[in-house]
Design a binder for this molecule. Structure first.
Ligand SMILES: CC(C)(COP(=O)(O)OP(=O)(O)OC[C@H]1O[C@@H](n2cnc3c(N)ncnc32)[C@H](O)[C@@H]1OP(=O)(O)O)[C@@H](O)C(=O)NCCC(=O)NCCS
Length: 194
């Protein structure tokens, strides 16, 4: 499969700016979501205890930023205030060279406004229309139905049960898996305006 890679470039929706994350975003990331145990409960990474943990993550992003085939982090910014309220990204799925897995996180004070759905819809549009990616995977912990709701609103289809572990292997989550196959599965249509 031939792709036209562009890396993480700025994107816009009606209410949001999606942009690369920078080193000087550390404080907003730490304060708005990364240090909140409830918001980070189902993430692969552990809740940040100090802003040093946030800097370690930013070091990784900085290293990856030079790779045009890397789409690991867009910051999600409210256009009307300029506030950085969350992040999302897509990753090449191990063992499936044509499939990207994606995830997202939003500051708790902004949950339930449709922001994640709006941001992820634009990310999928970009990855499909501008990069050429047709296959997407995502999953959510069984105990995190709000995330499942986002995936359904994105037009994904549930494919079964799974399990995932935090990066440190300590936390284990029974999960529900979803896929979006934009070229082959004619029953799934992706409507960016939906
Ligand atoms: C999951 C998460 C990203 C959703 O963000 P959001 O911006 O609130 O998402 P949206 O507003 O676009 O959609 C959320 C939907 O879930 C629904 N919802 C919220 N809590 C719910 C619950 N407990 N059970 C079922 N649905 C729920 C909302 O009503 C909304 O659906 P609606 O538009 O039909 O009303 C956010 O809660 C979050 O950041 N959680 C922590 C990080 C996380 O879990 N990330 C995903 C890892 S798999």
């Amino acid at each position: 499969m031939k792709y036209t890679h562009k890396g993480v470039i700025p994107l816009e929706t009606k209410r949001l700016l999606l942009r690369p994350i920078h080193r000087d975003d550390a404080e907003a990331i730490f304060e708005n979501w990364a240090s909140d145990p409830e918001t980070t409960r189902f993430m692969l990474w552990n809740c940040h205890r100090t802003i040093d943990d946030t800097h370690v993550w930013l070091d990784t992003l900085e290293k990856n930023a030079s790779r045009p085939d890397c789409y690991d982090s867009w910051g999600i910014v409210l256009r009307n205030t300029g506030e950085l309220i969350g992040s999302m990204g897509a990753f090449w799925r191990a063992g499936e060279s044509d499939t990207m897995e994606f995830g997202y996180i939003i500051s708790r004070k902004y949950w339930g406004n449709g922001y994640t759905t709006e941001a992820a819809r634009e990310m999928i549009r970009f990855l499909r229309d501008e990069i050429g990616i047709r296959h997407f995977f995502a999953c959510h912990a069984e105990k995190n139905p709000a995330s499942g709701k986002v995936l359904v609103k994105l037009g994904m289809r549930e494919t079964g049960a799974g399990i995932y572990r935090s990066f440190d292997g300590i936390r284990t989550f029974p999960s529900v898996e979803y896929r979006l196959d934009l070229s082959e599965d004619k029953r799934i249509s992706y409507d960016p305006g939906a």
